[in-house]
Each structure stands twice: as structure tokens, then as C-alpha cells.
Write a protein that binds this ligand. Structure first.
Ligand code: SF4
Length: 372
């Protein structure tokens, strides 16, 4: 089983109002340079080598890296790991942070998949979310990526934003589909405590997104994207045939992924998950002092994770294969729960597979709670 490598680049131009990721506001080039050196050192000191077929630069805004910094991180990866030919190398970007020149340079360094946050095509909404770009920047980014010969381009949209109507959402979907990305990630807005957006909603400055409306938006999105040839392969992810994210699929199939950088999470492919120090400066200091950046390590219950991660995928869980692997008959073990979930229209069991229904995708947390 090939592994994936994840690199966390925590810098952003500013923090969006709904974001709770490990992000630092970009201050100056020297801080980024120090961080890149720490990242390269962490990779160089990684104790084992593996065959790798996906590399993913996530963040944050990895497109704030200069091509030279990207190269400085890629070099030790190629030295330490056995990187398969035709590996998927993804870079997250933000609109208005890239130029044709940098995109071409990233491409020459091996980046072959681009993923960025569009979120909405309404400039007023983008402003309310604290995004630093406009809808025109999103269109321009796609245009620049095509000019730089990127053939695997995807972006994210968020549904259920405060004040967003079904008509607004429809327009967003139409605008998105017009750009013909190979991949789309469509999320329902999640209000995370501790973010500025959560505070604005609590104080009444922003209305709470309506749950029924979000459900209608979800239905509309499924209809529209399938009509345009996209296949939903995971709760929030849609792709044209053969453009599913190989890297993200590793998380849902419990394949090994080794994470580097602050807050990066890793899974060893057995039953151990571990994560790095969240704060970028503390992370860099730990590495610089020759210490490990790992601050948390846990042994996971692989049998239950395989169920709820498998259920995130449209193909669901193959019951026979699951029993052969874990020695557990899921139908017998969860008989009462499954009865209830089936009656609620959240799961279905067909052709030997346990799957979420459309309604189940929308209320997946109710299903996952059974397996946690
Ligand atoms: S660009 Fe992405 S990672 Fe950066 S602050 Fe906004 S949501 Fe968070």
C-alpha cells in the first residue's frame, strides 16, 4: 500500500471569519523561510522510508511559498521517500495569490493538481467571510491555471452562508460549473466555536444559517453537479471521472499518510495516529532544537474507524470484505442501530454494501455517532 505525504503551510494573508485551522497571518518572508527550513529538517530526520504516490501541500495558503521554497521542501521528500512516477502532487492555493509565472514554476517542480477556495461568487459574501479575493479573482485563477497547463483543477464552495438564498446558491453553482473544474468540494457551512463568525452569529450581527434551506441547497447541488457529469465520491467531494483526489482518499481508506509541519496529522497505516505541535513558531523552535514536533499520539480503534470513514465514501462499506478483514459481522453487531437508521432513511444495505442514503449524507453525524 503506497503512502501519502502531507505538508502543512500555515501562512495566510489574513484569517477568514469562519476558519479554525492552524493558520498564522503572513508577516514577513523571514518567518516563512525559517518555517520552510524547519519543515525540510523534519522531513530529513524522518526515521523511515516509504513508497509514496501522493504529496499534498495544504494550509493555510501554500501558494504564498516561492518556487524556491517549494523546491526546498520537495528535495528532502524525494531523498527520504521513494516517490512513485506519476505521483499526484497537489497544492492548495488562494485566488489572488498566484501569477502565471509562479504557477508555471510550481508545475515545473512537479505540482500537477491545484485546489483552491472559491467559497462563493458573491463579492459581498466574500467580504463578509473575510476572504481577500473577489469572484473575478476566482475566474482569473482558473484561467491562469489552464494557461500554465494544469489539467486537474478543483475548488471549494460553501453552502448555507448567512443570508444566502436558494437562488444565490443556484447562481454560485452555475458560475462554478461554467469554469469546468475537474473537481469540486462543496461544503455546508460549519460554525466553529471560537471563530469570529461564531461570535457574530451569537451577537446577532449575522443570522444563523437555516437548516432546512441547507438541506434544499444540498439537494440542488447533487442534481446540478450530476447533470454536468460529476460523480459524488465522498460526502463533500465531486469529480469528473478519474479526477477523484487520490491523496484525500487515503484518509478515508485508512492508508498511511505522513504529515510534516505544524498541526500536521499522521497515520502509520497500522493503528497509530499522531499529530504535531499546532503553533508554527513553537513547531519551528522544537525542530530547530533537534526535538520531535509530535505532541500527541493515540492508538485508534481501526475496526470502527473503517466503518465511519468508509461510510463517507459513496461506495460505502463492503460487508463481506469487512468481515473477512476484521472478523466482525456488522449487520449482527449493529442490528438494532441499523434498523433505526434504516427507518430514519439514513442508511441502506444493498448488493452487500452498507451505504449512506442522500439524506444520510446530509445528516451523517447521526450515523457516525453509532460507531464512535
Ligand atoms: S484562506 Fe483558508 S486557511 Fe487561510 S484563513 Fe481563510 S479559510 Fe483559513
Amino acid at each position: 500500500m503506497s503512502s501519502g505525504v502531507y505538508l502543512h503551510i500555515p501562512f495566510c494573508r489574513s484569517r477568514c471569519s469562519y476558519c479554525d485551522f492552524a493558520v498564522d497571518v503572513y508577516k514577513n518572508a523571514a518567518i516563512v523561510e525559517d518555517y520552510v527550513s524547519a519543515l525540510a529538517a523534519e522531513i530529513e530526520n524522518f526515521p523511515t522510508s516509504h513508497v509514496v504516490d501522493t504529496i499534498y501541500f495544504g494550509g493555510g495558503t501554500p501558494s504564498l511559498l516561492t518556487p524556491a521554497q517549494l523546491e526546498k521542501i520537495l528535495k528532502p521528500i524525494y531523498k527520504k521517500f521513494s516517490v512513485a512516477e506519476n505521483s499526484e502532487i497537489t497544492m492548495e492555493m488562494n485566488p489572488a495569490t498566484v501569477t502565471l509565472e509562479t504557477l508555471k514554476a510550481y508545475k515545473n517542480l512537479g505540482v500537477n493538481r491545484a485546489s483552491f477556495g472559491a467559497q462563493t461568487f458573491d463579492d459581498a459574501e466574500l467580504k463578509r467571510l473575510g476572504r481577500r479575493h473577489t469572484a473575478a479573482d476566482v475566474r482569473e485563477t482558473v484561467e491562469l491555471l489552464r494557461q500554465a497547463d494544469f489539467v486537474d483543477v478543483g475548488f471549494d464552495l460553501i453552502a448555507g452562508l448567512p443570508r444566502q438564498t436558494l437562488k444565490d446558491w443556484e447562481r454560485n453553482l452555475d458560475e462554478a460549473l461554467k469554469l469546468k473544474p475537474e473537481h469540486l468540494s462543496l461544503y455546508l457551512l460549519e460554525i466553529v466555536e471560537g471563530t469570529p463568525l461564531a461570535a457574530q452569529i451569537r451577537s446577532g450581527r449575522q443570522p444563523l444559517p437555516d437548516e432546512d434551506l441547507a438541506a434544499e441547497m444540498y439537494e440542488m447541488m447533487l442534481e446540478k453537479v450530476s447533470a454536468d457529469g460529476y460523480r459524488q465520491y465522498e460526502i463533500s467531494n465531486y469529480a469528473l471521472p478519474n479526477y477523484e483526489s487520490k491523496h484525500n482518499s487515503k484518509y478515508w481508506t485508512l492508508s498511511p499518510v505522513f504529515g510534516f509541519g505544524c498541526s500536521a496529522h499522521s497515520f502509520d497505516g497500522g493503528n497509530v495516529r499522531y499529530s504535531n505541535e499546532r503553533d508554527a513558531a513553537r513547531y519551528a523552535a522544537l525542530i530547530e532544537a533537534g526535538n520531535s514536533a509530535i505532541v500527541d499520539r493515540e492508538t485508534i480503534d481501526v475496526a470502527s474507524e473503517a466503518v465511519f470513514l468508509g461510510l463517507r465514501l459513496a461506495k460505502g462499506v463492503d460487508l463481506e470484505q469487512y468481515e473477512a478483514h476484521f472478523g466482525i459481522n456488522l449487520i449482527e453487531k449493529y442490528a438494532a442501530d441499523f434498523e433505526h437508521l434504516k427507518d430514519s432513511g439514513l442508511i441502506e444495505i444493498a448488493a452487500g454494501r452498507l451505504k449512506l442514503t442522500r439524506r444520510g449524507f446530509l445528516f451523517s453525524n447521526e450515523v457516525f455517532a453509532v460507531f464512535v
